[in-house]
Design a protein around this ligand. Structure first.
Ligand code: HEM
Length: 500
């Protein structure tokens, strides 16, 4: 069957599966194409398996499911089975367990000490690891894969903030980091679990073959890393007594010592730590990768970003003379969270990146009871709904005729302040009661990194390098982002001119 020219053919026995498999190499763009053709909503059927997915990128449906009728759309058992690697942690939990974990994590992340640690750690990693690494690459004329660089720095920052240890992945020689490799393999397999019918991937898991074999190895590596990290932190706290470290794991463990029945006890500590690391690190690394790809291929935007940074640098020089340039970063400029807060164009460019390339490109929900979506679709209990966030950014009806263009200006009002967009439309950090808890942390780190890199270095994407999304539940880049780096030569007069 083919109900319109835009949609894939529905085959006897196999349903829409052949179309999905044939287009898997450009899955996001392919699905965007047919969703645009059918007005944002489509029912995908996987033939003999009996599986049906209602696929939507309609903001009204998003608002209904994630906010107005939130209670009817738990993550569900299928989510927990597919994402078994997350255990019972906050990302996969439902009901009372989720609510209690969320209150706890929210409280820890709102702590002023944790916020100060986020700002300080992001700045310090940029100054002591990232800038020296790029300076060496520039001086040696080496090509650099920015995706690898971002995966490493976000892992270092996320580990410091969440677990209280800095693994130091961004050093000369770029050591092999088994955890990074393992999460990459796990995320890819999780994507395939959305396409391969559950009985098939479960059989592969039992036989330990195909992607499930990779998953089993990845899982062991990840679990061992988390278990070792927690054990080391617990031992340190027992030896040293109460710690004044503001990282999340230390805070959780200190409280755990005071309350035997704590929700965070035992495997919850493991699952929460893992969930936060995965949620935190990968999202930020993907955001930075696409930000640089978009900025480097849009010189107009790059110039506007540099002009904006120039004003900050000029005011620093006015205030503190040459002392404003920190000697520990080899004369290179770094920006503190407090300075970056006022940069409207940088924030707009980051939002525009997250709109076009949402790090979590689709979300999945199951209806607990029958319901009718705002688009008119009738759902029975147990029906599955997939929300295609990547496609929603590319719908003219949602973002206008220029929806596919990278235009940070769409986020800025005529008065020059940031424009508010409702989160059921700008869905990159989720919406409703399960909104991302790390949004502020993500903006602080990504903007601190982006500002320092753009100001101190010029990057050129290596001609011919193909940039495309990877098949994963996180929108990473398949082939990395290969660039040539060079130091920016800039005189004080440039800075002052930009100011005036
Ligand atoms: C650009 C970076 C980030 C993006 C795009 C992002 C996006 C998201 C999205 C879409 C969800 C919903 C996932 C789902 O329901 O399946 C989510 C949840 C969550 N995020 Fe983030 N995130 C980012 C960074 C972070 C950071 C740095 C942290 C902090 C460690 C964090 C912590 C969380 C937590 C705890 C949840 C679970 C909320 C809940 O279920 O109640 N995220 N995030």
């Amino acid at each position: 069957k083919k109900t319109s020219s835009a949609v894939p053919i529905e085959w006897p026995i196999l349903g829409h599966l052949p179309g999905m498999i044939a287009n898997i190499h450009h899955f996001h763009d392919w699905s965007t194409g047919f969703l645009a053709g059918v007005g944002c909503n489509f029912e995908g059927r996987l033939g003999w398996t009996g599986l049906r997915y209602f696929i939507t990128c309609d903001p009204a449906n998003v608002r209904h499911v994630f906010t107005s009728n939130f209670a009817n759309y738990p993550k569900g058992e299928e989510f927990a089975t597919t994402f078994d690697i997350l255990g019972g942690g906050i990302l996969s939990a439902d009901g009372e367990s989720w609510r209690r974990q969320r209150v706890k994590v929210q409280m820890l992340m709102a702590d002023p000490r944790f916020r100060a640690l986020t700002a300080g750690c992001s700045h310090d990693e940029v100054e002591t690891s990232l800038l020296p690494f790029l300076a060496l690459a520039a001086d040696e004329g080496r090509l650099c894969d920015l995706v690898d660089v971002f995966l490493r720095i976000t892992f270092d920052v996320a580990c410091t903030l969440i677990c209280g240890v800095d693994p130091g992945c961004l050093v000369t020689g770029l050591p092999v980091v088994p955890f990074l490799r393992a999460t990459d393999d796990a995320l890819e397999t999780l994507f395939l679990r959305h396409i391969i019918p559950m009985p098939c991937w479960k059989l592969m898991r039992r036989l330990n073959v195909g992607p499930e074999r990779k998953m089993a190895i990845a899982r062991r590596t990840i679990d061992n890393f988390i278990a070792d990290t927690i054990a080391a932190r617990r031992a340190a706290i027992l030896n040293e007594g109460a710690t004044d470290s503001a990282d999340l794991l230390s805070s959780i463990l200190c409280q755990e010592n005071n309350s035997a029945n704590d929700i965070m006890a035992g495997e919850f500590v493991h699952d929460t730590t893992l969930g936060l690391l995965v949620a935190g690190r990968d999202g930020m690394a993907a955001a930075l990768s696409w930000f640089f790809y978009l900025v480097l291929t849009n010189p107009r935007v790059e110039k506007k970003l540099l002009d904006e940074l120039s004003l900050v640098v000029a005011s620093k020089k006015d205030g503190a003379g040459s002392a404003a340039v920190d000697s520990s970063s080899g004369g290179m400029e770094t920006f503190h969270a407090s300075e970056i807060k006022s940069l409207v164009y940088l924030h707009a460019a980051m939002c525009e990146t997250l709109r076009l390339y949402p790090p979590i490109p689709f979300e999945f929900k199951t209806a607990a009871a029958a319901d009718v979506l705002p688009c008119g679709k009738v759902l029975k209990a147990g029906d599955k709904v997939l929300f295609f966030n990547y496609a929603m950014s590319r719908m003219e009806g949602v973002w206008g005729k220029d929806c596919t263009e990278f235009r940070p200006e769409r986020w800025i009002t005529e008065e020059g302040s940031l424009r508010y967009e409702p989160s059921y439309k700008f869905f990159s950090f989720n919406t409703g009661p399960r909104t991302c808890l790390g949004k502020d942390m993500a903006f602080v780190l990504t903007k601190t990194v982006a500002a320092a890199m753009l100001w101190n270095f010029a990057f050129e994407v290596v001609p011919g390098h193909v940039v495309e999304p990877k098949l994963s539940i996180i929108l990473h880049m398949k082939n990395g982002l290969l660039v040539r780096v060079r130091r920016r030569s800039r005189t004080m007069s440039h800075v002052v001119t930009a100011k005036t």
